[in-house]
Design a protein around this ligand. Structure first.
Ligand code: ADP
Length: 494
């Protein structure tokens, strides 16, 4: 039987364009499952190449024909501000959609995700008139101007772990810079993005400047990336899919891409960390938040051998008080895994890791009997640097543990062959922290904390195969603009 909570929530199911939600009769559908309960709650259309074409062309024409790109930037900013206000006013419904459709607990959506996206919209609204290109140092009988212009249509592909936040990361800078945007949300968590686009339209965005196309990655996502009228693609998701997208953009463009990809981020804890209990909470939260389904999850603990035993006891205490459950219950503190298939994948990596010699200190298995798929917070003590749990991004609440005797060893364990998304350093020794900042080949370093904050000025994105380019921050805004060189010649003589 379907949960009453789900039945009582209207689902905005359909592609969003021309200011409305459309269900095309021609499109095939796939089932969408509620991660909390495992129930199918909607049949989502998969946009064919033809549907994608229509929706992108509508955005392309709107960006050229409406005044979105040419109106005064402060007027664009006003629409984004109104959008932020409408999100605030509709937060209860948006939070319901997010809680039903994703792994995000409702109380966290209300306390974190919604205020976060409101701030993101406002941050990028504020940037609308804060850029202007520059004057080049040309010869004196001419004026050289480098002006910044939007790409036209930005194509965005978003993942399932933070559907609202990821959609806002892509939409706010693209819109503020004068682009139109077409987002394809993950087929696992599509509907909150549709409603976000509707609110943007209600806020005064011209028709088709923010469209949403629903569908699978391979068909709909690929068609969006390959579309000739898409000027730039921005993606957040796995490294493998990012590579496919980059290749599609190269072969059908080439066109620029921003990719925010996978990670295997270390949390390095030194014996001089100020407060062991507080540090352990921080480390535990960074691997169990959203059940570890976070690109920047701190999934590798690298710890001074002398404090290992007591630290592990603290971690276990934290894990024990986490309570799995449906996302709309206020007691839920451990999120469901997004799908049964993903939970099985986590299980198989944990099993293989143990086979390869890891000791499982707690957890290690799927929690049964709750309808949805939940995974017990897991600690794996690793003895061999080639262990699968160190190499692969697991995307679940699984923390590997490695110990060190010297600082040199700590930095060397922290380095990953493939990924370079983020790292945490816990130490009270400033010299050591500074050495770490210089040594770690990652896109973000957090000192005595872990994770992003509401400081939208701080860009995020990876080194190595964790990505290309940045989301949020001024860099994300700049990435939505291209440069035009203008040379103007004049007669110096009267
Ligand atoms: P996961 O497999 O965990 O869902 P992905 O990185 O594959 O993570 O998916 C993130 C997003 O990328 C989703 O919206 C998905 O539909 C989309 N996607 C997957 N494959 C492709 C592809 N080949 N081209 C474009 N988008 C894709």
């Amino acid at each position: 039987m379907e949960d009453q909570y789900i039945t009582n929530t209207p689902i905005p199911n359909g592609h969003f364009y021309h200011g409305e939600c459309h269900l095309s009769k021609k499109d095939e559908c796939i089932e969408v499952v509620c991660p909390s309960t495992g129930e199918v709650y909607a049949q989502m259309p998969i946009a064919s190449k033809e549907t994608v074409d229509n929706i992108v062309l509508a955005s392309y024409n709107a960006q050229r024909d409406s005044d979105w790109a040419t109106r005064a930037p402060r007027e664009r900013a006003k629409v984004l501000y109104r959008w932020a206000t409408l999100i605030e006013q509709n937060q209860a419904y948006l939070a319901r959609l997010e809680a039903i459709g994703s792994s995000r607990p409702m109380h966290e959506v209300l306390a974190w995700d919604i205020p976060y996206i409101i701030d993101t919209a406002r941050f990028f609204a504020e940037l609308a008139d804060k850029h202007g290109g520059y004057i080049g140092a040309t010869q004196s009988d001419r004026l050289g101007m480098v002006i910044r212009e939007p790409y036209g249509v930005v194509g965005a592909i978003t993942p399932w772990n933070f559907p609202l936040s990821m959609a806002m990361w892509k939409a706010a800078p693209a819109l503020s810079a004068g682009n139109a945007i077409v987002i394809k949300p993950s087929e696992l968590t599509p509907f909150s993005t549709v409603y976000l686009a509707k609110l943007a339209f209600d806020a005064g965005l011209p028709k088709d400047i923010f469209n949403v196309v629903l569908g699978s990655g391979r068909e709909t996502g690929a068609a969006l990336c390959e579309h000739p009228q898409v000027g730039k693609v921005t993606f957040t998701g796995s490294t493998q899919t990012g590579a496919s997208i980059m290749s599609a953009c190269a072969m059908t463009g080439p066109k620029p891409v921003t990719l925010e990809l996978g990670g295997k981020s270390p949390q390095i804890v030194f014996a001089d960390t100020k407060d062991l209990e507080r540090t352990a909470h921080c480390v535990a939260k960074a691997i169990t938040g959203n059940a570890g389904q976070v690109c920047v999850s701190g999934s590798r603990l690298i710890i001074d051998k002398s404090i290992e035993a007591s630290f592990i006891e603290c971690l276990k205490r934290y894990f024990k008080q986490l309570s799995p459950g449906v996302t709309w219950e206020s007691e839920t503190t451990l999120s469901p895994i997004i799908s049964r298939q993903q939970a099985t994948r986590i299980q198989s990596i944990v099993d293989q890791s143990i086979k390869e010699g890891a000791d499982c200190l707690c957890g290690g298995e799927i929690i049964n009997g709750l309808g949805g798929a939940y995974f017990a917070p897991t600690l794996l003590k690793i003895h061999d640097e080639k262990n699968i749990a160190l190499e692969q991004e697991i995307f679940g609440p699984v923390l590997t543990i490695q110990t060190f005797d010297t600082e040199h060893e700590a930095w060397s364990l922290a380095q990953h062959d493939v990924y370079g998304l983020a790292a945490g350093i816990h130490s009270a020794n400033l010299d050591r922290v500074m050495r770490g900042i210089r040594k770690l080949e990652v896109g973000s370093v957090w000192i005595n904390r872990y994770g992003r904050s509401f400081d939208h000025i701080m860009p995020t994105g990876g080194y190595k195969r964790s990505g290309i380019g940045k989301d949020i921050g001024i860099e994300a805004f700049e990435a939505n603009l291209r440069s035009k060189s203008v040379l103007l010649e004049f007669d110096e003589a009267y």
